[in-house]
Design a protein around this ligand. Structure first.
Ligand code: SAM
Length: 284
């Protein structure tokens, strides 16, 4: 396990993921009843973009820095305001004081009645995560394999909430493991909302992943992707990523259709493109 999110924090893929996670949480918080947020691959929670690792890749410059320095039309501002309030203001280069990873976004947005379960397998990351998120009676940070956690922690007692699955994709069989784990979790908790992050390097592999979920019987499955059009794509510098979202809020497709073209324009590194469509129809 070599992956360290500190190299990639705040890049275009984080922006895409965190902005959408924030939209899902906001929708779930429209109801007063408590919700559970489960983050199976939590990372270290808060990222200093002045850290040597972030400086070395400079990936945040193509992501959050562009978002914070762009002029944002009102319809974009309306959809991003709550997430950007959590990120905080940027300096003149568009660098926030710290960039919040997914568990910190959720921690800062959720209410007193909500609960967070955040997992990571990497011992050092678990310690850093627990320290950075601090004492919070709503929160449990657990050093455990994210897929084992998923099996153990769904359905949550609240019976409503979001599961984020955001693996490092170092292992060749990560798509298969993620698909199998989610299909099993969905059997146990078919009404939960699940957001599954993945890199887009080979469209056929991604198609197979969605077909596998459909064959497992998963319904209401949305496919949202953003490709910033990098020409010098390498294994560490991505051009495209996606989120497979099971049971998205009914408002989410239209929100992504507003945000994604703007993200594609603002974070483009070449010919950027995006998509948002039902992989398994809402009515299936
Ligand atoms: C992409 S990062 C997570 C980023 C985080 N979700 C965010 O958006 O801020 C992936 C994390 O998964 C952890 N990890 C790797 N294999 C794991 C596993 N089997 N179970 C749980 N965590 C794992 C890594 O240590 C790394 O911190």
């Amino acid at each position: 396990m070599n992956y360290r999110h500190a190299f990639h924090a705040g890049n275009f893929a984080d922006v895409f993921k965190h902005a959408i996670v924030a939209r899902i949480l906001l929708y779930l918080m429209r109801k007063e009843t408590p919700l559970r947020y489960i983050d199976t691959h939590g990372g270290t929670g808060l990222y200093d973009l002045g850290d040597e690792r972030a400086v070395r890749t400079g990936e945040w410059r193509g992501g959050i820095a562009r978002i914070l320095t762009a002029s944002r039309p009102p319809e974009i501002e309306a959809l991003l305001a709550d997430w950007l309030a959590v990120v905080g203001a940027g300096d003149k280069e568009g660098r926030p004081a710290v960039y919040p990873g997914s568990p910190a976004v959720a921690q800062r947005m959720l209410r007193t009645q909500d609960r967070l379960t955040v997992c990571d397998l990497h011992d050092e990351d678990v310690r850093t995560l627990a320290r950075k998120l601090g004492r919070d009676r709503r929160l449990k940070v657990i050093g455990i394999d994210g897929y084992t956690a998923l099996k153990a922690y769904v359905p949550p007692v609240e019976r409503r909430g979001l599961v984020l699955i955001d693996p490092p994709f170092e292992a060749a069989d990560e798509f298969r493991r993620m698909g199998d784990a989610v299909a099993a979790a969905w059997q146990k908790w078919p009404t939960g909302t699940y957001a599954l992050w993945y890199p887009v390097k080979d469209a056929d592999v991604v198609d197979d992943f969605y077909e596998g979920l459909a064959e497992a019987g998963v319904t209401r499955l949305l496919r949202a992707e953003l490709d910033v059009g990098r020409r010098d794509e390498t294994s560490t510098k991505l051009s495209g990523c996606g989120l497979a979202i099971i049971n998205p809020p009914h408002t989410l497709p239209a929100e992504i259709e507003t945000l994604a073209p703007w993200f594609a324009q603002v974070m483009a590194q070449g010919r950027a493109r995006w998509t948002c469509r039902w992989a398994v129809a809402e009515t299936a």
